[in-house]
Design a protein around this ligand. Structure first.
Ligand SMILES: Cc1cc2nc3c(=O)[nH]c(=O)nc-3n(C[C@H](O)[C@H](O)[C@H](O)COP(=O)(O)OP(=O)(O)OC[C@H]3O[C@@H](n4cnc5c(N)ncnc54)[C@H](O)[C@@H]3O)c2cc1C
Length: 540
């Protein structure tokens, strides 16, 4: 297996090759009337100039520290469009000074102690797949340097409680290694964000990630039974309980804390039996806005779907083999315990009531994983897994490829969606001269959907960041004005701060800052994400 890419998604060399990138440039050049789109060469480490480290690891930490250029470059950015553009420009102006790879909690504590004493910023790092500037090593403040704390060597399932169906797991484990350790026990965490392959348990908890299952158990929040968090002022370990009414939840205080309040070192996670039966269908709805009412009916029906993912006609055409004139609803049920025919029959009725065309062969339970790999569902699944590599290829040919996501209650969805399509579409035309915006629901709840928007536009080389910032501002302002959330599952990081600052109640901001001052008095943990030391709000 090749090593991880220091500048882009996944493993070195795993994305589209040069010929494929040229083909992409040609077809998008024709589509956008931009024959000048060309595939630029991809970055090589020899081309990258890193500033000399400002600080060196102390000898006591030498065994777990690295100042290797490849490691420093790999830990400079997360994996957003802004990150991809800067990395492909060979701009690694703010790498961490060194990277720590603790093998256990005592070494995490030693790093925190050293950094607190020496006034060095510490950035907890799981898989580094943040898309909101959450692991960016460019830290503002009077810090002597920046250390990235990479938890990848803490990756074991430590203990399993079969009767409660839970496991104690180290936070640095990446998705596939976690599932490999649970599989022999017939268990699964069943949390599959699109970044599953290269993101970690600790990162999921710290960012409140959402899995690709659209309903029921999807947010990592619901799987956390107990946490162990190391802060500069000590360990906080919560009690394992199936539920509790004892005051505000200490787990919830750290779920979503984005590395600013402490380092999550391990967690007891609720598990599930591995599903053995599946039923899937791709339901077609004619028309641009069709299918939304069916999704609402499904989400409020009380039947629990594993997947209910509505793709608008644009999304359906690019990722699920749609015609471009119809919306597609990818519908899936899973169980380790019972047949699903009754569930699927009722879902099919609801879809038909709302104008959907349901294929007859959808209405039977299958007992093999292949069921989710066929038809539109399968096409969509393959495109979903390969998309991050294609995104990097698009950046290399000078094309904006980015997403934004939100959630809103059903009563306000139509107005929000209408404004986003109109105003972001207009901004794309104004800023880029051309472009497209498409929408799918990544998650749905009885009281509202989480729509996810994908943007594609031909960028101007050298102005990519300014162009994207302008369009992102339009989108984020609309979300703020309509009372939607600035993020449903991508987290706040540094990039969403101006809008998060407006969304978060001021009294709560004060409480967070007070908690930070108590747990991290030297303010060294991931400064700049979620909140600042001063009360001033950041401006967009
Ligand atoms: C292609 C792609 C697809 C994605 N798909 C999804 C998706 O489907 N659903 C979704 O929710 N998100 C998605 N994301 C966003 C990202 O993968 C998630 O935010 C993920 O949870 C981050 O995990 P990570 O281990 O990579 O964390 P990192 O990027 O390493 O860190 C993210 C944040 O968490 C903090 N952190 C990390 N580990 C710890 C720890 N142990 N203790 C304390 N703080 C910690 C970091 O300091 C940082 O603030 C996607 C990103 C990409 C690039």
């Amino acid at each position: 297996m090749s090593r991880l890419s220091f500048w882009g998604w996944g493993r070195e060399g795993a994305g589209p090759d040069d010929a494929a990138r040229e083909r992409l440039a040609k077809s998008l050049g024709e589509r956008f009337g931009r024959p000048d789109l060309r595939a630029a060469p991809l970055p090589r480490l020899e081309e990258i100039t890193l500033r000399a480290p400002r600080i060196a690891p102390p000898s006591a930490l030498a065994a777990i520290a690295s100042s290797d250029p490849w490691e420093r470059a790999r830990h400079t950015y997360g994996r957003s469009y802004r990150d991809a553009v800067r990395a492909q420009r060979r701009d690694f102006a703010h790498p961490p000074d060194w990277v720590a790879f603790p093998r256990g909690e005592a070494e995490v504590a030693a790093v925190l102690e050293h950094c607190t004493r020496e006034r060095i910023a510490v950035i907890p790092f799981g898989g580094g797949s943040s898309v909101v500037g959450g692991v960016e090593a460019n830290v503002v403040g009077d810090y002597r340097g920046v250390v990235t704390l990479d938890l990848s060597r803490m990756a074991r399932v430590l203990e399993l409680d079969r009767s409660s169906r839970a496991a104690r797991i180290e936070a640095g484990v990446l998705g596939p290694a976690l599932e490999d350790q649970l599989r022999p026990h017939g268990l699964t965490l069943r949390h599959f964000p699109q970044s599953f392959e290269f993101s970690s348990l600790g990162g999921w908890i710290a960012t409140r990630s959402g899995g690709h299952f659209a309903t029921r158990y999807t947010h990592i929040d619901d799987f956390v039974e107990a946490l162990r968090v190391l802060t500069p002022t000590g360990v906080i370990a919560t009690r394992r309980l199936p539920g509790s009414g004892a005051g505000p939840s200490p787990d919830r205080a750290f779920i979503g804390s984005e590395g600013a309040l402490g380092v999550i070192t391990e967690a007891w996670m609720r598990l599930q039996d591995r599903p053995t039966r599946r039923a899937n269908a791709s339901v077609r709805f004619p028309g641009y806005d069709a299918g939304v009412s069916a999704v609402r009916a499904l989400s409020q029906s009380g039947i629990e779907q594993a997947t209910v993912r509505r793709l608008d006609p644009g999304e359906a055409a690019t990722s699920a083999g749609g015609s471009g004139r119809e919306a597609i609803l990818v519908l899936g049920f899973e169980s380790a315990d019972h047949d699903l025919d009754a569930w699927m029959r009722r879902a099919a009725e609801l879809c038909r009531d709302h104008g959907g065309a349901v294929p007859d062969d959808a209405l039977r339970t299958r007992d093999d994983a292949a069921a989710s790999r066929e038809g539109s569902a399968g096409t969509w699944r393959n495109s979903f897994i390969g998309a991050p590599y294609v995104r990097d290829a698009l950046v290399s040919i000078g094309v904006l490829a980015e997403t934004f996501e939100t959630a809103i209650t059903w009563d306000r969805f139509e107005r929000l969606h209408g404004r986003l399509i109109a105003e972001v579409g207009e901004a794309l035309r104004r800023v880029y001269g051309a472009g497209s915006i498409t929408c799918r629901f990544t998650h749905v709840y009885p009281d509202g959907p989480a729509p996810y928007y994908s943007l594609l536009a031909p960028a101007r080389r050298g102005s990519e960041l300014e162009q994207w910032d302008e369009v992102k501002r339009v989108a984020s302002d609309v979300l703020a004005e309509e009372g939607a959330t600035i993020t449903h599952h991508h987290a706040v990081g540094r990039d969403h701060r101006p809008w998060y600052d407006r969304q978060r109640p001021e009294g709560f901001a004060r409480a967070l800052r007070a908690a930070k001052a108590e747990l991290d008095p030297a303010w060294v943990l991931n400064p700049g994400v979620l909140f600042d030391r001063a009360a001033a709000r950041s401006e967009p």
